[in-house]
Design a protein around this ligand. Structure first.
Ligand SMILES: NC(=O)c1ccc[n+]([C@@H]2O[C@H](COP(=O)([O-])OP(=O)(O)OC[C@H]3O[C@@H](n4cnc5c(N)ncnc54)[C@H](OP(=O)(O)O)[C@@H]3O)[C@@H](O)[C@H]2O)c1
Length: 240
């Protein structure tokens, strides 16, 4: 199966929305969409923001809240590109963390994507070509033992479901898998981190090309390639 289709979505002149567009990768994605000529970008945040750019429309959106998502979908009913970027990492070891904390990660990282997809599918479907990019992780395929990885693995499956369903209406759903990006979320990480602007460039290229998947870095590509092998390739501790 090809990893692209013939349904690339133009960015030039398009209206886009980025969840969590106030900081981190979301902010870089907003800038990239503007650089590629988007007519308008809704940059959403959980608290009201003032953004000084003629083509940015700030919008309050909490993806963990049904009513907030519904209100945002009413306000931004002209989008042909949606970037599901909002995410949380709460450090929740699977055997010890309060289940409520793991649920909170699922609420944003999994159900947030599903909520936004449901609410914005009608707007996307009004355009002949439209795009949804879901920001996932290399941790959709590899775990260090926390709820975050559970949420990103589930979000990967949800992305595949959405991709199949939304294809009928001409919406291409793209999964973005990345190891570390240099944002607040990875502030304590000392390993190599990709500049979020470089990731945003890859995401914009994928939207235009109609790519189903973006494997941002070598780590992500290596982990994905090992999924068909023995589990001990990903988890050497199991071989001991
Ligand atoms: N950084 C990495 O190394 C890395 C690696 C792989 C994947 N990712 C993924 O990349 C995406 C962006 O993360 P980042 O690195 O840019 O992290 P970040 O700097 O911590 O930013 C997270 C963004 O998500 C927003 N957000 C969190 N919960 C939300 C909610 N319920 N509703 C709406 N917005 C919400 C935050 O808004 P507030 O400002 O209101 O908190 C913020 O804009 C996430 O999905 C993350 O899981 C990150």
């Amino acid at each position: 199966m090809s990893n692209t289709n013939s349904h690339g979505t133009p960015i030039e002149g398009a209206v886009a929305l980025v969840t969590g567009g106030n900081r981190g990768f979301g902010r870089a994605m907003v800038r990239e969409l503007l650089d590629r000529g988007a007519a308008k970008v809704y940059a959403t945040s959980r608290s009201p923001q003032t953004l000084q750019h003629a083509r940015i429309v700030p919008l309050v959106l909490d993806v963990a809240d049904d009513r907030s998502v519904a209100a945002a979908a009413r306000a931004a009913d002209d989008v042909s590109i949606v970037v599901n970027n909002a995410g949380v990492l709460l450090r929740t070891p699977v055997l010890e963390a309060p289940l409520d904390d793991i649920r909170a990660e699922l609420e944003t990282n999994l159900f947030g994507i599903i909520r936004v997809a449901r609410a914005f599918a009608p707007a996307l479907g009004r355009h002949p070509r439209s795009a949804m990019v879901n920001v996932l992780s290399v941790l959709s395929w590899l775990t260090f033992g926390g709820g975050y990885e559970i949420s990103k693995a589930a979000a990967w499956s949800a992305t595949n479901s959405l991709r199949v369903r939304l294809r009928e209406q001409g919406t291409t759903v793209t999964a973005l898998h990345v190891a570390y990006m240099d944002t607040d979320m990875a502030a304590n990480v000392t390993a190599a981190k990709t500049n979020p602007s470089d990731v945003a460039r890859q995401a914009a290229d994928a939207i235009i090309a109609g790519a189903f998947e973006i494997l941002v870095d070598d780590t992500t590509r290596a982990v994905k390639s090992r999924l068909s092998g023995d589990l001990t390739a990903l988890y050497p501790q199991l071989a001991a």
